[in-house]
Design a protein. Structure first.
Length: 380
């Protein structure tokens, strides 16, 4: 199989100038372009808006690699799986149109790996409203309450990521923390969780809601009263601009971000020469020796001209989880029996990545951290 050259030369050259992908980017296909499925179909909705495209791109590459490999090995019980990708622009009308397209494709058994976070959250709500019997598996969704009878999250929630990051600070003797919210939306969604976690660990917390302020200017305006460690709630382009504004700060500071931040893109933007960035990570390090990580690296190297990243590993795991559940269906798969198979929430050991819903419905509480150092290396 020939390689698809989806290299990063076509990605961002500056945080302020993030381009939109075209309506049909090379790494996604619209549903209307695909012929009727001769087997079964799994749909993946990806948000290609400016603030989400770096996350969506990597996550989707991992998913595509997994489905190509699954089909090369015989598909599901000998039947090929059509991996259908639908793009949305981050708006509810766009998402409604995508879901309506899926509704009409009766051979589509489930949704898998919705990305990014806002779109996944909106889709959870939309599925509840539409009462469509369609499983929504392994979305890139990090809200603890973001599950239902149709949505099956397998990655640690955003609340768990915040708690992990703050606990690691407390364990290292840090007593003071600043929380920077890139937009009013992040302030509304996550401020309560951050304040609760900080209070539990007895950390002194100062909130910095930017609410539309220039991110670069906000980075430049830090003073001696600003804590040395900042928790940043926002996406990759916002964080890049914020750290660029911190370049002339004389005081050494560290920035902690959550798993939506793409450290590889941050390194390309050169946004952290003087400010180390630490990000939570809800999958193992890409150089880990776990069987699922080795399988991911081998598959990615064989199919794509891409370096391994945490986000594409997450996309790979999302697809593999869906495959494992589909394999348990003995009858001809339908939307109904596929949804029932996911609702059983059977524990899985996916090559060392353990998924167990227990009573909390979450799939995996796994959280670790990686750091983008001043010389551009990503360190686990």
């Amino acid at each position: 199989m020939s390689k698809s050259f989806l290299n990063r030369r076509h990605l961002l050259t500056s945080a302020a100038g993030l381009p939109f992908f075209t309506a049909q980017p090379a790494w996604a296909q619209a549903l209307k372009q695909l012929p009727p499925s001769r087997g079964m179909s799994i749909a993946q909705i990806v948000d290609t808006s400016a603030t989400q495209q770096d996350v969506s791109r990597d996550f989707l590459i991992g998913s595509r690699a997994a489905w190509l490999d699954i089909n090369a090995r015989g598909g599901i019980r000998g039947r090929p799986v059509q991996h259908t990708v639908l793009e949305v622009d981050g708006s509810m009308p766009s998402l409604r149109a995508a879901l309506e397209s899926i509704r009409m494709q009766t051979h589509c058994l489930a949704l898998c790996g919705t990305v990014g976070d806002k779109t996944a959250t909106q889709l959870v709500q939309l599925l509840r409203q539409e009462q469509l019997d369609l499983a929504h598996a392994a979305p890139w969704l990090h809200n603890a309450d973001g599950q239902g009878e149709q949505t099956f999250c397998i990655f640690a929630s955003r609340q768990e990521q915040i708690a992990h990051a703050l606990k690691s600070l407390s364990a290292n003797g840090v007593a003071e923390l600043g929380a920077v919210y890139a937009t009013a939306q992040e302030n509304a969604l996550y401020r309560t969780d951050v304040e609760r976690a900080a209070a539990d660990l007895k950390l002194r917390l100062t909130n910095y809601p930017l609410n539309g302020s220039s991110l670069r200017q906000a980075g430049m305006s830090l003073n001696n009263n600003t804590p040395a460690i900042l928790l940043f709630l926002g996406g990759t382009p916002e964080l890049a601009q914020f750290t660029q504004g911190m370049e002339k700060q004389t005081r050494q500071r560290y920035v902690i971000a959550l798993a939506d931040v793409n450290l590889q893109t941050m390194a390309q933007l050169g946004a952290t020469r003087n400010t180390p960035v630490v990000a939570t990570q809800v999958v193992p390090m890409v150089n880990a020796g776990l069987p699922v990580v080795r399988a991911y690296r081998e598959t990615l190297a064989r199919l794509f001209d891409e370096a391994p990243t945490a986000l594409s590993l997450a996309g790979f795991i999302a697809a593999r989880y869906t495959q494992e559940v589909l394999q348990t269906i003995e009858a001809t798969p339908t939307r109904q029996n596929t949804l029932q198979a996911f609702q059983r929430r059977t524990p899985l050991d996916l090559g060392g990545f353990r998924i167990s819903f227990n009573g909390q419905r979450r799939g995996s509480p796994y959280v670790t951290q990686s750091m983008l150092s001043q010389d551009g290396r990503i360190v686990g």
